[in-house]
Structures are given as structure tokens and as C-alpha cells.
Design a protein around this ligand. Structure first.
Ligand code: HEM
Length: 191
């Protein structure tokens, strides 16, 4: 008996360490392990958040020049050099990146994540001429900017996790935008 108890006590910490992590919410495309990995990797982006954001927007406008007309403040920006030196663009890029940061750090609580991201999506109704499909235009620029910032740390595994994450975020920005069509959206916290 004593011997059995000793065995149990001795084996317990080992068993706990060998237990699989708790399952993630089925609505989240990332496993719990992938969420940890995303958060750990995102710290590398967060340390260079503004630079990564500017890179993202430069790539977005290089690949989709037609989107520039949606941004009142960026009308004067013609060349890549103009874009990279613009304070307005850096400020906007920073706001978008901090929105992504808030979303990514909240992935562990899916209800809050969905409410937040869908609300941000809905606020884009205030942008004249905006269409839901515009959100997807940011997918590749986001991945390219993350790759540039992370360098060697952007492994195949990390790339896969970033792809799942941005897809999940964009799907929910679109959902928020579409579900709120025709409704009035308050945007005090996002604009
Ligand atoms: C990851 C996806 C995106 C996120 C998280 C996001 C987030 C935001 C946020 C937080 C704002 C308010 C900024 C402010 O206070 O000035 C905003 C505004 C805006 N967004 Fe997005 N956005 C995303 C994608 C896009 C895309 C792909 C477009 C492309 C056309 C776009 C177009 C705009 C425009 C035109 C504004 C208004 C800017 C202004 O009034 O100066 N967004 N977005």
C-alpha cells in the first residue's frame, strides 16, 4: 500500500508533464500548441511592430495600387519612397498592427476574439467605397511582412501557423462586415 502511494506520488509530476495540452476551442483553427507558438513568435513581430506594419502597407499598395483611393490621407503618396517615409501611413499601419496584436493575444478566448475582430470588420462600413473582399488583399502582404521581420525564425511550421491565423482573422473581419451591413456601427475605439 505504502509502496503504491509512493509510486503514485513519484509518477504524478511525470504524468502531468506528459499530458497533452488542453484542447482549444473547436471554433479556433489553431491547436493549443499552435496558439503558444503563435504568441511566442508574435513577440518577435511586436518588437518591430511599426516597421512590420509599414512594410505590410507598402506591399499592399505595391500590389493593389487601386486601394490607395480609399485612404483619404494617402492620396499624395505616389512612390514606394513616399509610402515608406509617410508619418500618416506609419500611424495607420501602427493602429492596424495593434488591432491584430489585440486579436492574436486574445485567441485563447474565442468569444472575445470573435466579438472584437467582427466589430473591427463592421467599422469598415464607414469607409466610402470599401468592399468586403478588400480584406483579403492584406493576406499576402501580412505574410510577406512577417517573413521579412522574422527572418530565420519564420520556419515552415511558423509560416503554417501565421497562414491559419491571418485566414481566421480575415474570415471574421469579413463576417463582421457582412453581418453588420445596413446597421449603424460605433467606431470610437477603432477610428
Ligand atoms: C488585417 C486587416 C485589417 C485590420 C485589422 C484593419 C483595421 C483598421 C482599423 C483599426 C482602422 C481605424 C484606423 C484609424 O483609427 O484611423 C481601419 C481603418 C481603415 N481601413 Fe482597415 N483594417 C484591415 C484591413 C484593411 C484593408 C485590407 C483595407 C483596404 C482597403 C482597409 C481600409 C481601411 C480604410 C480606408 C480605413 C480608414 C482610414 C482613414 O479614415 O484614415 N483596411 N482599419
Amino acid at each position: 500500500m505504502g509502496c503504491e502511494l509512493t509510486k503514485m506520488i513519484k509518477s504524478e509530476p511525470h504524468d502531468l508533464m506528459n499530458q497533452p495540452p488542453p484542447p482549444s476551442d473547436p471554433r479556433c483553427p489553431l491547436t493549443t500548441k499552435q496558439q503558444y507558438c503563435m504568441l511566442a513568435s508574435w513577440k518577435g513581430i511586436f518588437r518591430q511592430i511599426e516597421k512590420t506594419g509599414v512594410l505590410l502597407f507598402i506591399k499592399l499598395f505595391e500590389e493593389n495600387e487601386d486601394l490607395l483611393h480609399l485612404f483619404e490621407k494617402f492620396q499624395e503618396l505616389r512612390t514606394t519612397e513616399d509610402l515608406s517615409q509617410s508619418e500618416e501611413l506609419a500611424e495607420h499601419a501602427n493602429k492596424v498592427m495593434h488591432t491584430l496584436d489585440e486579436g492574436i493575444k486574445g485567441l485563447g478566448d474565442i468569444d472575445t476574439f470573435l466579438a472584437y475582430i467582427q466589430h473591427v470588420g463592421a467599422t469598415h462600413h464607414q469607409v466610402p467605397g470599401f468592399k468586403a473582399e478588400n480584406f483579403w488583399k492584406i493576406e499576402q502582404p501580412f505574410l510577406q511582412a512577417a517573413k521579412t521581420t522574422l527572418g530565420e525564425r519564420y520556419t515552415a511550421n511558423v509560416e503554417n501557423i501565421y497562414k491559419l491565423t491571418i485566414k481566421f482573422i480575415l474570415e471574421n473581419l469579413v463576417k463582421g462586415y457582412e453581418d453588420s451591413a445596413g446597421k449603424e456601427i460605433g467606431n470610437n475605439e477603432t477610428t
